[in-house]
Every structure is written in C-alpha cells, then in structure tokens.
Ligand binder design. Sequence first.
Ligand code: NAD
Length: 491
Amino acid sequence: MTNAISDLLAGLKDSDLFRQQSVIGGVWCDASTGKTIEVTDPATSQTIGMVPDMSAEDTRRAIEAAEAAFRSWRQVPNAERAAKLERWFTMMETHTEDLALILTLEQGKPLTEARGEIIYGASFVKWFAEEARRIEGGIIPSPSTDRKILALKEPVGVSAIITPWNFPNAMITRKVAPALAAGCTVVIKPSDFTPYSALALAVLAERAGIPAGVINIVTGLPAEIGAELTANPIVRKLSFTGSTRVGSLLMAQCAPTVKRLSLELGGNAPFIVFDDADLDAAVEGAIASKFRNGGQTCVCSNRILVQSGIYDAFAAKLSERVSAMKVGSGLESGVVIGPMINSAAVEKINRHVTDALAKGATIAASAETPEGSRFAAPLVLTGCTTEMQLASEETFGPVAPLFRFETEEEAVNIANDTPFGLAAYFYTRDMARAWRVGEALESGMVGLNTGAISMAVSPFGGVKQSGLGREGAREGIEEYLETKAFHIGGL
Ligand code: NAD
C-alpha cells in the first residue's frame, strides 16, 4: 500500500470498514491456502491492499455455513428480518462517506457518483425490508368441499450471488436484500477488482444484527469459486450480473443441478432522438445515459440514433458538453469521468474507435484526458454506421457514436437489430409515436424522454441475451421465493 492510499484509508471515519479478509459463518478469515490477490486503484495502478484468493474448499465451507444459517434464518418472523434489514439500511446511510471513498478507491468513479451509488444501493435494502412484510401466499378456490388448497411462499434456499465491478455496492444490495427478505442465505463472490465494497457491507450487516452465516463472502479469482458455487447441490439459486459470455457459461454449469437463475447480462442500448424531440432534454438524457460511470454501465446508451432533421444541432450541442468534461482521478473535485477499470477496458474502447474511424466516422468532440493506460477520452463520433464494431458490441466507455436515420421504422429496426435487449431510450413529443415506439422496442426497460431508468421501485432486467428475471420492484423478491401448493384433504 502506498503512502497516498494509506493516508486516504486512515482518513476513513470508521477504519474498521476496510477489511482485507473474507467472512464465512461470521468468522473473518484468510484463504485456507494462505493465497492472496492484490486490489489496485484504477486511477494510479497503485496497490490498495490484498484479499484472500479462496479455493473450491473455502467456497464449500461458505456454502455449508450458509446452509446451517438457512435453517434458522428462514424461521425468523418476516417483521424481524425486515427490522434487521432496516438497521442495515440506516447504517449504510450513516456511513455513506466512508463507503463512497472505498468504492471510488477500488472502482475509480467520481466520488459524487460513488455517493449516489451508495444511496441507490441502500434504497434496495429499504425497499426489500418493506417487501419482507408483504410476502403473502394465497387461498385457491377448491374444486370440492372436502379440500382446501393454499399457495405457500417459501425461500428458495442458499443463493449464490456473483457481481461485477461496475457497481460494487448496488449490485450486491439489489440481490442480497431480496434474498434475505425472502428468508434465503447467501454466498457472495464479488468481482476480484472490487471486493472491498462488499466486505464493508458485510461489516455493517454484522453490526445490524444479521446473524452469522446469513451473508458469507468468498473473494478471489472467479473460475474455481464459480465452479463450486454452480456445481454444489446445496446452492439452489444463482443470481449473476455480468457479461453475457460468463452468464451463459454459468447457466450451463448450473444445468446439472437445475438451479433457479437470475441473470442480468450485457446490453447494447439504443438512444433514439426524433426530429420533434426537445433538443436540450435529449442532450441532457444522452449525457446521463451515456457518460455515467464513464460509460461503464450495462444500461448505458451504446448507439445514439438521431433523425436527419435534428442531427447537426444535436451533434453540436452534445459536442459542446463533452468537450467541457473533466477527466481524472475520481477523488479530484469537478471530475466527471474517472479512470476505466483497467487497461484491457481502455484497449477495447480504442479498438472500437480505431475501427469506426477506419470505416468513416469522425471525431466531433473530445475532452482533455490525462496520460496513462487507464484513462479513455470522452468522445463524440459522428457518421457512424451499423457495420462498425461499436454498433454490435458494448463499448463500455465514454464514447458517444451518432448514427443518422430518416424514418421511425428505420430507427426501430436498427434499435432491435441486436441479440441484446436490456435498456432503450427515445425522445419525442408525439404521443402516438411514443406509444408505437415504446411497444415496438425489444427491451426489458424503456425510457421515454428520460435517460435514467434504474430505481428500486421499478423492475430491472432484460430480454433476449440480456438476461432472465427482474431485480428491484415487487418482482425482485419473487426471484428468491418458491410457491408450494398445500392441499388439505378429508375436511
Ligand atoms: P464479467 O462477466 O467478466 O464478470 C462478472 C462477475 O463474474 C465478476 O465477479 C467476475 O469475477 C465473475 N466471473 C467471471 N468469470 C467467471 C467464472 N468463470 N465463474 C464464475 N464467476 C466468474 O463482467 P464484468 O466485466 O465484471 O462486468 C461488465 C459486464 O456486466 C458488462 O457486460 C455489463 O453489461 C454487465 N452488467 C450487466 C448488468 C445488468 O444488470 N444487466 C449490470 C452491470 C453490468
């Protein structure tokens, strides 16, 4: 750990939130092999610290601890589970500043965005604390008078939670809060790039009175831990957020033991601006949906489709905004674009830009960007076409590619011409078109005249190769519940 980083960590109001061990069955521990992996600050590439590199054996221990805790946790009255979740929520609120600093250090996003993520992450804990009180079954009208039929709601069981690095806090709470509310226990494998946010959440959960073994965390490299989590028959459910490639691999690994699955996978979101759009609002929406988290979100607009009549005005206004963006360490004041997670991410962005320029795109705007392999310049590219790599793959960076279109039908066809279907956005003031296009877009989530669609009250998830299941909202808790038909005969 360098002096600069140790000074920052020393500045935490509650330094106990920064843990370099995993937690299994309430015990903070190292890997059984003693192996560790390094976690670095994306802005400087400097070491923040180490975490255990856990093995299949450690993962089995965590699964068994979760199984032991499940027997009692499922019996805890819903109101009591809710109260514990509410305490966890309050602690997240109280410790927002420390949680945000840990998040920015390991993930890179600007501190203001990190604070926003903590508040967003906490909102799922609050929401599902409330939902825990409303887990209700039903009484089904019986076909005969000597029988009653009930539908009982029961927790699925031990759940494996595998999360990505782009939202190291919120992707955990969005899964763990409904799991715990339903009466499930969990084994979390956070991204090896961002384990500290997960460990800090576990410290707060412990303080909130969530019993030992209900939340277990295994840190380390993914393949071995993932193989055990997916093969072990005690695990009844996998909830995964990450790439479609890894999601489909895990789905295959879960097949032999037929686990319940929730998969939040990659996207390729279209952002359509029609001629009749409110120009300023559309630019604002594009900034929000494209550049949040440096463009590293699954719901980031990846293809900005602009109708001919408004194309030049939109490109000019967006370019003005993008050229003024401040790029740098997330800890620096005024920075809106932090570093990318690693140099491989920057290489992918550069590959997309080089390919687009070779196929006829033009850089309409760029912002001043620090040297270094971890930073990517925010760009506006005009003249993009569907043959370019950035039209079919997630760029996952601060690059806004503009595609020109003429008709509504053409825009909808381009928007849907992808195997993904997570988020889609469009701007128009014509209500008839609003309904038509909203219904025609093949996407789990649609934003009309808004670039923000993620909130605890609303179902989050994709269609096609963007995934299975929904998180948040009323639907989110159903992912962790089974329905048991209970027939009472001989009445
Ligand atoms: P990733 O698929 O590489 O990794 C996600 C998680 O899976 C990480 O914890 C990683 O360590 C783990 N993992 C990787 N290989 C594994 C294996 N063989 N077995 C078990 N676990 C394994 O994705 P990423 O780069 O961390 O995240 C970016 C991707 O996530 C993007 O494609 C993005 O669109 C997607 N994403 C989707 C959503 C959504 O809600 N749909 C949200 C955020 C990110």
